[in-house]
Design a binder for this molecule. Structure first.
Ligand code: HEM
Ligand SMILES: [Ca+2]
Length: 552
């Protein structure tokens, strides 16, 4: 009776939908796959947006900002940095986990049709490094409030969408295949990855980017194995449950473990203790904690994906190694030669999986700073798209393409003092002053990576954007793992058990059959974080999920 359009009504389901819809009952599309990324708003309520024309043209285009490749050469070339670029706290898995987490939260849609007119060409220092803008101006679909906005193809929530898929179709495909393989399932033949040998096959996972790099595929593999492991045990505890029930209950456990690890073990190493406290990110109670606020939109924020969470590119190590159980290197591979290929971990029935995963746990990531390894700064994807790309330039370009405001505007947004002159950048001041016309022009990605953070984490500007995003992902998630909701939540004992027992090291150890690992996988083994046996780490007690069988 009211003009045809009706607001979608949501049933109060026990489990999350696959596409994230109906997480927020009043706003069913918040955080849903294939919806618009958000803009943070400044103190006066203006969205943080800096298109050249306020609508679509990339910030600085065509001549107001320095060429991205030039900025990359003068700021990010690792030859300019210290001899030892390795972190002395963070393990390689801080990098590995950071990327799979990125893929849980965001995949910005790129146009499927390459329109030459939409390319912003770099000077030819590395031939034809070009960037295709995220959304073409003729694709009205992506326009929102008269401004070009980007679309996130995956669910914003931390819901292991990289494992379960962000749609029913993908979930069906991966679920059917999962049980059959020790390695990641593949579709026959496969596509979307390099197959260096006849026996190589492209994997399928809940996220299409799973073969992008070997350590990413192995993180996918970890979660597939963990899901199957929990599912088998849960079924043993409740033999009367059907497959769907086992699947959904297992999924809820895996997501709870993931959320617990992200907020309590991972994020503190990225944004440091003060931002953790400021944005109330740690779990502080043993059991229930009802943090849900239906007014909070957990959708991913544009500048989080286009800039802040790309801090992780600086963690990337130049090689991939395999370690024997004595923790000495046995084999060294070059990262750029193994991108977009499953070969390394598929070869010989997966014989290298153990050695590579041991390396990720035991050896350091690179420092969080402004330097990116040569392999990705000069030769990214050079095999499929010679001569290759510069990931650092792409990040700069992407920020401009998505209308990300300049660094100084973000400092103001984050209640930090604006930089009045280039001198405040310290070591890189003179280079920046040669590149940019004004200190107000410096790209967010550049300025923020030049900041120093607590304990070697990201600086205050990225800590602010990341802190706000994770705060929203926590209090804006109706299915948050600490919820006491009687329909969708876990029991208090179950939540307690998850908090007490969940260590990413334990999952890693169990599923990759290691004998020894340090207690906190994200920190290098040390006197405070010594190697221990896997059995020495707590196991989740699935008996707490035992359900009294209906009396016959
Ligand atoms: C071998 C490791 C990695 C490679 C080769 C890689 C490569 C890429 C590439 C090619 C893009 C798209 C760039 C563009 O056109 O805009 C991208 C985007 C991104 N990367 Fe990485 N990356 C890696 C690791 C990481 C890590 C460790 C993190 C975070 C901790 C991360 C976070 C992101 C984010 C947030 C995006 C934006 C996603 C989107 O909006 O679609 N990446 N990466
Ligand atoms: Ca997700």
């Amino acid at each position: 009776s009211h003009g045809g359009w009706r607001k979608q009504t949501c049933p109060r389901t026990k489990y999350r939908t696959l596409d994230g819809s109906c997480n927020n009952l009043q706003n069913p599309s918040w955080g849903k796959a294939k919806t618009t990324e958000r803009r943070l708003e400044d103190a006066s309520g203006r969205p943080m947006e800096a298109y050249e024309d306020g609508r679509s043209i990339p910030r600085g285009y065509p001549h107001h900002l320095p060429d991205a490749r030039l900025v990359s050469n003068l700021i990010s070339d690792s030859a300019l940095g210290p001899d030892d670029q390795f972190d002395n706290i963070r393990s390689g898995e801080v990098m590995g986990f950071g990327q799979i987490l990125a893929h849980d939260l965001i995949e910005t849609q790129l146009p499927s049709v390459y329109n030459p007119a939409s390319r912003y060409i770099f000077p030819k220092e590395i031939a034809v490094l070009h960037l295709v803008v995220t959304a073409l101006e003729d694709q009205q679909l992506y326009w929102d409030v008269c401004r070009r906005e980007q679309r996130n193809l995956v669910t914003s929530y931390i819901d292991a969408s990289f494992l379960y898929g962000s749609s029913k179709e993908l979930n069906k495909k991966t679920e059917a295949a999962k049980q059959l393989y020790n390695l990641l399932p593949t579709v026959h033949g496969g596509s979307g990855c390099q197959m260096f040998q006849k026996t190589d096959r492209c994997p399928i996972a809940g996220d299409e980017r799973s073969a992008e790099a070997p350590q990413l595929s192995l993180n996918h593999l970890l979660f597939v194995r963990q899901h199957n492991r929990v599912a088998i045990r849960l079924h043993n505890v409740n033999p009367h449950w059907n497959n769907e029930k086992v699947f959904q209950e297992t999924r809820r456990i895996i997501i709870a473990q993931l959320q617990h690890i992200v907020y309590n073990h991972y994020l503190p190493l990225i944004i440091g203790p003060s931002a953790m406290a400021r944005y109330e990110l740690l779990s502080t109670r043993p059991g229930f904690d009802d943090v849900y606020d239906s007014e909070v939109d957990a959708s991913i924020v544009n500048s989080f994906g286009a800039a802040a969470w790309r801090f992780g590119h600086s963690l990337i190590m130049p090689d991939i190694s395999e370690l024997e159980s004595d923790f000495k290197t046995v084999k060294l591979h070059t990262l750029e030669n193994n991108l977009e290929s499953p070969h390394l971990w598929q070869a010989n029935g997966g014989r290298s999986v153990k050695g590579i995963t041991r390396w990720l746990a035991a050896k350091p990531a690179q420092k969080i700073d402004n330097f990116l390894i040569d392999g990705l700064r000069n030769k990214l994807f050079f095999i499929s798209q010679p001569p290759g790309f510069d990931l650092f330039s792409l990040n700069i370009q992407r920020g401009r393409d998505q209308g990300v405001p300049a660094y100084n505007d973000w400092r103001e947004f984050c209640n930090l003092k604006r930089f009045a002159s280039f001198y405040e950048f310290g070591e890189f001041a003179s280079r920046l002053s040669r590149l940019y016309r004004s200190v107000d022009d410096v790209d967010l990605y550049i300025g923020a990576l030049l900041e120093k953070g607590e304990n070697g984490g990201v600086g205050p500007t990225f800590a602010c954007i990341i802190g706000i995003q994770y705060h929203r992902l926590k209090v804006g998630d109706r299915f948050w793992y600490e919820s006491s909701d009687r329909i969708s939540g876990l029991s208090e004992e179950q939540i307690y058990a998850i908090k007490y027992s969940t260590l990413f090291s334990k999952l890693w150890c169990n599923n990759f059959e290691h004998v020894k690992i340090q207690r906190d996988i994200f920190q290098l083994p040390s006197r405070a974080n010594p190697l221990t046996t896997c059995e020495g780490l707590p196991e989740l007690d699935l008996d707490l999920w035992r359900e009294e069988k209906a009396k016959k």
